[in-house]
Design a binder for this molecule. Sequence first.
Ligand SMILES: [Zn+2]
Length: 466
Amino acid sequence: MVLFFKKELLYHSQSFSQPFGGSMRLWIKTPLAGMPDGAEGGLVVQGGIVAELVPSGRQPVADGVFDASAHVVLPGLINTHHHFYQTLTRAYRPAVDKKLFDWLVALYPVWARITEQEYRLAARLALVELLLSGCTTAADHHYLFPERLPNAIDIEMEEAASLGIRVVLCRGSMDLSTEDGGLPPPSVTQKIDVILADGERLAKTWHQRGPGAMSQLALAPCSPFSVTGELMRATAAQAEALDLRLHTHLAETEDENDFCAEKFGKRPLDYLEGLGWVNNRVWFAHGIHFNKSEMRRMGMAGCCVAHCPSSNMILGSGICPVGALEAAGVGVGLGVDGSASNDSSNMAQELRQALLLARAGRGVDAATSRDAVRWATEGSARCLGRDDIGRIAAGAQADLAFFKLDEPRFSGADDPLAALITCGAHRADRVMVGGIWRVVDGAIPGLDLPALMAAHDAAARRIRAA
Ligand SMILES: [Zn+2]
């Protein structure tokens, strides 16, 4: 099952899957909250999908029962934007309290030192953190391929498969270095032909299609200030040819607007539109600084936005106009963003941040707790071009996050679903992906978490000191 944990003994050897991914029927009985209307009796999982929704008072045919009466059960949370490798550079002193461009320039040389072994630990830790917070599908945007780290995406794919979490991994790229007026140093950029050939190889190796896909690939040049127009255009054409989704950072800061105005004489969206990047394959990370006409064009074209509230607040980048984007027809999902801008990879916490930030910007009517859940599930699924995840419905994947309200922070709460968001849930009690339990009693079965943390922390010290 686990091809590369053997060496490091971070996992025990036994399988931690259970039989309800097969033909057995498991009744998730009478959850405390979270079920769609008419399914208060819970749901039946069979063959990795939700086989049946159960009305209140009905007893379905089942081989086993999980009593969920103490759990709020949500569709598994879907993270639409992340940089796993950044778990190695959280709260890095020279980058603390910097805004985006200065923050990036402080970190590029450290990131350039990451080796495959360190990278594997970074990805594993990020995925573990996500799973424990109720996340069942994670998109990662990896755009750093220094000489010592050519196979970063393959490593992430292997780590995700070992943990049983669904992933959409974005083959990122940078080809505009400081030598050509870009922001990153040459040590972390690549040539266009190398980037495109690797994208094609990864798509052939890893990209699954259709309902239930566990591993998918998207193509993802990093940003207008680290990528040439030629690479942007070529990547859009490659995505069309290989039928893959497209992702990039856009409209994150005012500095980016200034950079695009100075270098291209255009606003960021106008620049990307001219390169074939405004269509229904695309989800942009951040999307803070769009004007009304840009939002309308994106909505008409079917673009989506990965809203990353914690990162936007830590870097002081601005407030994503979530309501205006949705009103314009733009799909909105949630992302934790890199673990060095968020300094966390916790999807449950991101729901609370999204609700609070929407209200800080636009008042109490701007969003409800249910909206925050919807963004992190249905909205995120739309970003990733998926309709088999992000909802609890007959035929959907059995990706579920179970939260207990048994910590002091929840004590005395009335509405369980609202409590999950406003009291600040941060850890799932159980998580199921495709009908298989991946988190049980707040832990990942078989994972030696202290050993993983010790190895990961040592790796972070190494790259800081190098
Ligand atoms: Zn990012």
